[in-house]
Design a protein around this ligand. Structure first.
Ligand code: WT7
Length: 638
């Protein structure tokens, strides 16, 4: 594969950027011309941010899997599409060529059909990081079913909420998943979720851990048996369903500032073009390179830069089942050497955690294959950036600090590896086609450099979300109503003297814990479910490894027999049960009241300051209903 739209120099970047602003339609049409469309578009772009209505490549017909698989068969058929590294380094790895992957996707797509799944149906995927997860995703796309992947760390309750919201009648799962020393009983979690979801017609279970599972007659079937069935039926190939460019490809749930996660919807044409374009340019992928993105496919990073971006580019993508610190903290480095990985894309929280193990785990590792390093998910501090640069990249691999969101589909602001300059802790410049602006509270654009403000994007790009599933109004109010005619990101940012962006973090009530987005309201709702809790307030605080930790103030009247620690454990268990272990509070402080204004609004500013250990300058507390609670809170600070 060649990538004529790959930008090779700073001057090419500047030229491309200029053209993308002056003639966006021509700019994107030229890129889209490098894909396989069953039918061309009638119009490149139609949009208004008011409704919002955003349509890219309208009238075009395609199937994304023909771009990820079929079109590579002739030239790359025997090249590895997926390298799968199991959790346990002693277990055999798997290499799946483009030919194999095409075959497996077609087979499983036929299984889905044979089980009644049709174009437009929602299919929930709850699996560990095994090749069957990628195969499931692509098989849905093959037949035009809308996948909704749920990260394996979410609880039964969270799954049930998402199944109900999407009205998903089909579920694909595993018996269990391995992650480090843990063996997570996925099917059993699904069984709990389905008690509240009687509309689910079929659960297809892939075997991985051989844990005992209860297969419910008439509802649950084994992956392997279903493959045998379609073989007996003689179903081999599976022609791809012809999709409109604007048909939904998937739903992915993400947290916002309300208690209920929203189903971000991406569509077939624009998402395909944007993930491929950003993959090829940011990482400067060269044919034959091995690309290792350490994210889970349950998050957008995995969707875009393990599955769709790399495969549409004919790349080799490495899928790792395990965790960075098991069996030891050298696991990433061992994998890099084992497969001669060229591109490593991970999260600042992983880098900080590995830094904590010192240089021992790096000893005896060559890492000489690495050409490009990347980070994503949260701001990277300078110390971690330099460690990554020196100890992992040996100062010869450019680091791309990629800023984007579930809603943006792909990377919007980042340096292009080795092409545009990096700057520690800065995402730097927008990709051509992306028009960021900083605005003040009134939505007035802040021009010039050396300024800060709220980060918005003023023109659509093909990967932008189209709606939130089942509730378009929510999409409008969340992203397009804060500031007129702009997409609001929820992030604050600085722009330095050279126009480089530095993302400073969320400006709404959303936390970023280890690169995972968690709404404070969601955590509060979960804590409040505990019988002994009257009310609670949750804020973030700086955490050395996670970036942000979760600090909960809880008004508790339950009896705990004098054992506060037990009460804390009960609350933590409740959050785990309601949302999942990723949302567990790091600190729980019991208080007799929360600082509220006379109108009953919780003063989060004060709670944030106390959690951050800034006990002195709490600002004006005179408007509080009961200023004395502040002293109590300060005294009880954990
Ligand atoms: C939020 C989006 C995009 C995939 C992973 C997270 C933060 C993301 C960076 C970065 C600083 C970053 C932002 C953003 N974020 N990348 N390079 N530097 N902050 O996806 O769960 O949708 O979260 O992650 O706050 O809004 P997500």
């Amino acid at each position: 594969m060649s990538y004529p739209y790959q930008i090779k120099s700073l001057s090419e970047y500047q030229e491309a950027y200029k053209r993308s602003v002056q003639q966006p339609e021509n700019f994107w049409a030229d890129i889209a011309n490098n894909f396989y469309w069953r039918r061309r578009w009638d119009k490149v772009l139609e949009w208004n941010f008011k409704e919002p209505k955003i349509e890219w490549f309208k009238g075009a017909k395609l199937n994304i899997t023909e771009n990820c698989l079929d079109r590579h068969l002739e030239t790359l058929g025997n090249r590895p599409a997926i390298i799968w590294e199991p959790n346990d380094p002693e277990e055999y790895h798997r290499i799946i060529t483009y030919k194999d992957l095409h075959l497996k996707v077609c087979q499983f797509a036929n299984v889905l059909k044979n089980n009644g799944v049709k174009k437009g149906d929602r299919v929930c995927i709850y699996m560990g990081m095994i090749p069957e997860l990628a195969i499931s995703v692509l098989a849905c796309a093959r037949i035009g079913a809308i996948h909704s992947v749920i990260f394996g760390g979410f609880s039964a309750q969270s799954i049930a909420d998402r199944l109900q919201d999407a009205r998903a009648e089909y579920v694909i799962t595993c018996d269990g998943a391995y992650r480090g020393q843990k063996d997570i009983p996925l099917k059993s979690v699904i069984d709990d979720a389905l008690i509240a979801c009687p509309f689910v017609k079929r659960v297809i279970v892939s075997t991985r851990t051989r844990t005992a599972v209860s297969m419910i007659k008439g509802r649950d079937v084994w992956w392997e048996d279903e493959i045998k069935k379609i073989e007996t039926l003689g179903m081999k190939d599976c022609p791809a369903e012809e999709m409109d460019a604007e048909d939904p490809l998937f739903i992915l749930y993400t947290s916002g500032s309300t208690g209920k996660p929203k189903g971000v919807v991406h569509t077939c044409g624009g998402y395909m073009v944007y993930t491929n374009y950003s993959f090829v340019n940011v990482f400067q992928y060269q044919p034959g390179d091995i690309h290792f993105c350490t994210a889970d496919i349950g998050w957008i990073t995995g969707h875009s830069y393990i599955v769709y971006g790399p495969l549409s580019a004919g790349a080799t993508t490495l899928l790792f089942e395990g965790v960075p610190t098991w069996p030891d903290a050298g696991r990433f480095w061992q994998i890099v050497d084992k497969y001669s990985v060229n591109i490593l894309y991970t999260a600042p929280t992983a880098i900080r955690s590995l830094m904590g193990f010192g240089l021992g785990p790096l000893q005896g590792k060559s890492l000489s294959s690495l050409k490009v390093l990347g980070t994503v998910g949260e701001p990277i501090n300078e110390e971690a950036w330099h460690w990554y640069d020196e100890q992992v990249g040996k100062k010869k691999s450019p680091i791309v600090d990629t800023w984007w969101q579930t809603e943006t589909g792909g990377i919007l602001i980042s340096n292009l590896a080795g092409v545009t300059p990096a700057k520690p802790a800065h995402a730097t410049l927008p990709l051509p086609g992306v028009q960021p602006v900083l605005v003040d509270e009134n939505g007035k654009e802040i021009e010039g450099n050396n300024v800060s403000g709220n980060l918005c994007i003023k023109f659509p790009w093909p990967g932008i979300l189209r709606t939130t599933y089942g509730d378009h109004e929510r999409c409008r109010t969340n992203y397009f109503a804060t500031y007129e005619n702009m997409y609001f990101t929820g992030d604050g940012a600085l722009r330095d003297e050279d126009g480089n962006y530095r993302i400073t973090g969320r400006v709404d009530d959303v936390l970023n814990v280890s690169g995972h987005r968690i709404g404070t309201a969601e955590v509060e709702n979960a804590i409040n479910m505990h019988a002994g809790v009257v009310e609670s307030a949750v804020v973030g605080y700086p955490h050395d490894i996670k970036g942000q930790g979760i600090y909960a103030y809880v008004v508790y009247t339950g009896s705990h027999g004098g054992d506060e620690e037990l009460a804390r454990r009960d609350i933590t268990a409740t959050v785990s049960r309601i949302i999942g272990p990723i949302a567990k509070p790091d600190k729980i402080q019991f208080v007799t009241g929360l600082p509220k204004t006379r109108s009953g609004k919780i003063m989060r500013r004060i709670l944030r300051k106390v959690a951050e250990n800034e006990l002195e300058n709490l600002g004006d507390t005179s408007t509080l209903l009961d200023p004395s609670v502040v002293d109590e809170i300060k005294k009880g600070k954990l």
